[in-house]
Design a protein around this ligand. Sequence first.
Ligand code: SF4
Length: 376
Amino acid sequence: MLGNEAFARGAYEGGVEVAAGYPGTPSTEILEFLSRYREVHSRWCPNEKVAFEVAAGAAIGGKRALATMKHVGLNVASDALMTLAYTGVNAGFVAIVADDPGMHSSQNEQDTRNYAFFAKVPCLEPANPAEAREFVRLAFTISEMFDTPVLVRSTTRVSHSRGVVEEGERESVPTRRYEKRAEKFVMIPAFARERRKVLEERLKALEQWVEETPLNRIELRDRKMGIITGGVLYEYLREVAPEVSVLKLGVSFPLPRRKIREFASEVAELLVLEELDPVWEREIKAMGIPVKGREVFPGIGEITPDVLIGCLFPEKKRDFADLSHLLIPRPPTLCAGCPHRGVFKVLHDLKAVVCGDIGCYTLSTLPPLAALDTRP
Ligand code: SF4
């Protein structure tokens, strides 16, 4: 199953009734797959903030709800996220946000885990399609257990790789009763001050839970080196260095501090392998634990198995020939019959300054059209 299909399957099995999203690679197929389930009311929205708020409204009203978007979409929806973190949700609310390390189809390389730290909401990070299904399903339970929105971070390689996924039955989740409670759901300053305290109390409870959850697990092998990692990098690491000890983080935030200390005490050298920002590295260093991250692994671009081998075993010889120089470059281009081709051709010929938008319009940037000048 494709990772994004597995995300949809997990949401379906988790009893989601309302799903809203805004398309953007690598997240788009989640909602497309989910729309095939008749039990789920799925819809595209004009932007990510609307999608987030449609889903949040459904959750507050008592139905499990999902929002989907790519990483830059969470910037648009962040206003709603920050307030929903205060109000809590009633029924389960999950937002799946797909990052794009290497910027295969994005304008930047931002790391969604920063938003989890910023909003103080839990963030789960599956490593493969099977976990994508399992983690999303579980995310609804966590959301209701702690009355919080939950982020699920994907990356291009989790969303767009295929793996074996075992399907389960759809949970029958009764609608939660909606109660008019302005002190919980209307964030005027007097109420927000109280909810601010609730947010911190919830975080303490989450920090307890995160130490116990099997989503974070220690795999002790050779004690010479221990690596803390998560997401698809866990899969790569197991492939290229099966002998190293690993602390696999299935929860990106909050961090299991006790478990990290325990793991650090078991290994001679501690590394942290993460894509993209040194989010965990900063936290672990702030705990006073000596750890190497950026000194060993790159902070820019995708960390592929090849890159990982180069970082961990620079002396290791590649056992396959690099034929990439033989490939004919195929930059993305407007479809052959695209009606925008003519428009961009005229704009190009007029030497007009063209300020563009996201999506296909950017495909007019390169020659021969060379039309677009700016695109925020
Ligand atoms: S707008 Fe995009 S998808 Fe539609 S025809 Fe043009 S290039 Fe193709």
